[in-house]
Each structure stands twice: as structure tokens, then as C-alpha cells.
Design a protein around this ligand. Structure first.
Ligand code: APR
Length: 309
């Protein structure tokens, strides 16, 4: 039997997740959105791409969660973009309501699924999904690190004029401008980055990575990135559905790792059929640990706002 993935939110990220899942023939997809007709229309359009693209998966859309029953994975992309005049906390609370409602419904209809959270502010929304679903911590995962490290890898490859496939990069911490690109552990085919670039160039690339999301928002004006975010979410889904056990940077619920307790923060994890099968605790240098702590503190601030709700 084919696997089944629910994608909540049929907007830019959600629809592109559905498209990528179909293109890779990973699973049947149910798109869910509050806007009447949009998930149904996009689902049908995607289904009709099947004969041309050569995929045999079912794609449907709905405004309720009945058709999502017994999904293997649910990817939550539903939410509002930040609008002019909205504070960070306003966005946090608005998207908290959306993620809470979506998670309640998903958990009710697919009690055994694995949740991949994409809605921003990412780490806080993963925390909300964890609270609401009451799933074990290995089954709630936030998508951020793959995207952040993909941006880092892209800029490194461009600078050195080498294949992106040869570039590895580790980015930890929260998904925001306090993220922690670990230069020491990044490189090209085993060659450390520090042997290939001077410090000024590395600093420039690190800054561009930290501002990677904002750079795209500035171009798009009315929305945020969705091609790379959907690719990252689907890489996570693929590793889980095929039990590939890829080691990827994801937001995971930490209980003491890296000195962080009771909080979702980006760390390297192994993703397999059981979701997060292992959290890797790398020995960090003092300055790296300090950066990670600062990043975790900024996630904690948001989570504290949610706790008061
Ligand atoms: N239930 C289901 N869908 C909802 C709900 C809800 N309660 N509230 C809003 N939506 C839907 C909207 O109708 C819209 O179709 O979520 C979709 C969001 O799509 P876009 O506005 O296109 O946003 P997108 O670019 O897909 O980003 C979604 O992912 O990367 C993050 O920061 C980004 O938080 C944002 C999320």
C-alpha cells in the first residue's frame, strides 16, 4: 500500500511540498486548507500532471481532516505571513492558533503519524505542535536547519565555483538571525572551509546565510521563500518514509543535550521510520556553545510568550 502524507496549508510551501512528493512518487498526498476550493483545485491540477511527469500517486484537497485519516506524515505549513504593522509577537500568536488547530485535527485523525512543522516562527511552532499533539518527542520535528544549511552550501559553492553536491555545512540553533553556522565543521569533499577561503569571505557568507530568508522576502515583497523550504521538508519526509536514516539538521526537542532543556532547537539528527532516531551531540568549542545558547535563549523568549497564553 502506498504511504500517505497530509500537507496542511495549500499555499506556496504546501503546494510545492505536494508537487515534490508526487515527483518523487513518495506517497499519496492530501492537501488541507481553510480556503474553500484552493486545496481541491491545486490537488486536481497536481494529479493531472501525473501522466506527463509519470507519477502514480493520488493527490486530493479538502477543507476538513476526514480525508487525511491514517497519514504516515503530516507536514504543517499553514499560517499567516507577517503583515505590515504586525509585531513578532502578533505573528507568533496568530500562527500559534493556526498550528494548534491543525495539530489537534491531525493528531485526532492520524494518531500514529510523524509531524514535520514548517510554519514560522519555526522552533516555537514545533514546540506548540509538541504540546498539543502530546506525541513522543521523536515524532515532532521542525524544518529549518536543512534550509539554512542549503543556503550556506549554495553560497560556498558559488564562491568556490564547485558542485553544491560536494559542499557540506552544519547549521545549528534556532531558525532566525541567531542561527549558528558551524564553519569549523563545514567544507568541500572533506577539505575544511578555512583552507579554502579567507576569514573575510567566510564572514560574508555566514552573514548572508543568517539573512537568507530576509533576502528573498525583500525580492518577493508579498511573501517568503518556498522552493527551498519545500525541498527541505520533503527531504525530511523522504528519509522517514524510506527509513533512509539521513543525518540532517532539524529542530528537535532537547532534554539536556547541549545544556538545553525542554526546548526545540536545531541540531543534527538521524531521521528514519521512527522519526528522530538519534540526536547527535557534537563537542562544541566555547564560542560555538555561547552562540548556541544565545540562539536557544531567543527561542525560549518566544516559547515563554506562548506559555502565558
Ligand atoms: N488551516 C489550514 N490552512 C490555513 C489555516 C488553517 N487554520 N490558516 C491559514 N491557512 C493557509 C492559508 O489559507 C494559506 O493557503 O495556509 C496557507 C499559507 O500559505 P502562504 O500564505 O502561501 O504561505 P507560505 O509561503 O506557504 O508559508 C507558510 O511556512 O515557511 C513558512 O514562514 C512561512 O509560516 C509560513 C509558512
Amino acid at each position: 500500500m502506498r504511504k500517505k502524507v497530509t500537507v496542511v496549508g495549500a499555499g506556496n510551501v504546501g503546494a510545492n511540498c505536494a508537487l515534490r512528493i508526487a515527483d518523487k512518487e513518495l506517497a499519496d498526498v492530501v492537501l488541507v486548507d481553510v480556503v474553500e476550493g484552493v486545496p481541491q483545485g491545486k490537488g486536481l491540477d497536481l494529479l493531472q500532471s501525473g501522466p506527463v511527469q509519470g507519477y502514480d500517486v493520488m493527490l486530493t484537497g479538502a477543507n476538513d481532516y476526514e480525508p487525511t485519516a491514517n497519514s504516515d506524515i503530516a507536514i504543517i505549513t499553514a499560517g499567516f505571513p507577517r503583515k505590515p504593522g504586525m509585531s513578532r509577537d502578533d505573528l507568533l500568536l496568530a500562527n500559534y492558533d493556526v498550528v494548534r488547530m491543525a495539530t489537534e485535527q491531525v493528531a485526532k485523525h492520524s494518531p500514529n503519524c510523524i509531524l514535520i512543522v514548517v510554519t514560522n516562527p519555526l522552533d516555537a511552532m514545533a514546540q506548540a505542535a509538541y504540546w498539543v499533539s502530546q506525541f513522543s518527542k521523536n515524532r515532532v520535528i521542525g524544518m529549518a536547519g536543512i534550509l539554512d544549511s542549503a543556503r550556506f552550501r549554495t553560497f560556498i559553492a558559488q564562491e568556490l565555483n564547485v558542485s553544491v553536491e560536494n559542499v557540506t555545512a552544519v547549521v545549528m540553533g534556532g531558525h532566525g538571525d541567531t542561527m549558528v553556522p558551524l564553519v569549523r565543521l563545514s567544507g568541500v569533499s572533506g577539505i575544511p572551509l578555512t583552507e579554502l577561503m579567507d576569514q573575510a569571505t567566510i564572514d560574508k557568507i555566514v552573514t548572508r546565510t543568517r539573512n537568507g530568508g530576509a533576502e528573498i522576502v525583500k525580492y518577493l515583497k508579498t511573501g517568503s521563500a518556498y522552493y527551498a523550504p519545500s525541498a527541505a521538508a520533503v527531504e525530511m519526509a523522504e528519509s522517514i518514509l524510506k527509513d533512509k536514516k539521513k543525518v540532517l539538521p532539524c529542530a528537535a526537542y532537547l532534554e539536556g543535550e547541549y545544556g538545553i532543556n525542554g526546548l526545540f532547537v536545531g541540531v543534527p539528527v538521524k531521521l528514519g521510520a521512527r522519526g528522530i532516531e538519534q540526536i547527535y551531540e557534537i563537542k562544541l568549542k566555547d564560542e560555538e556553545q555561547a552562540m548556541l545558547k544565545k540562539s536557544a535563549d531567543s527561542v525560549q523568549e518566544l516559547v515563554d510568550v506562548l506559555k502565558k497564553k
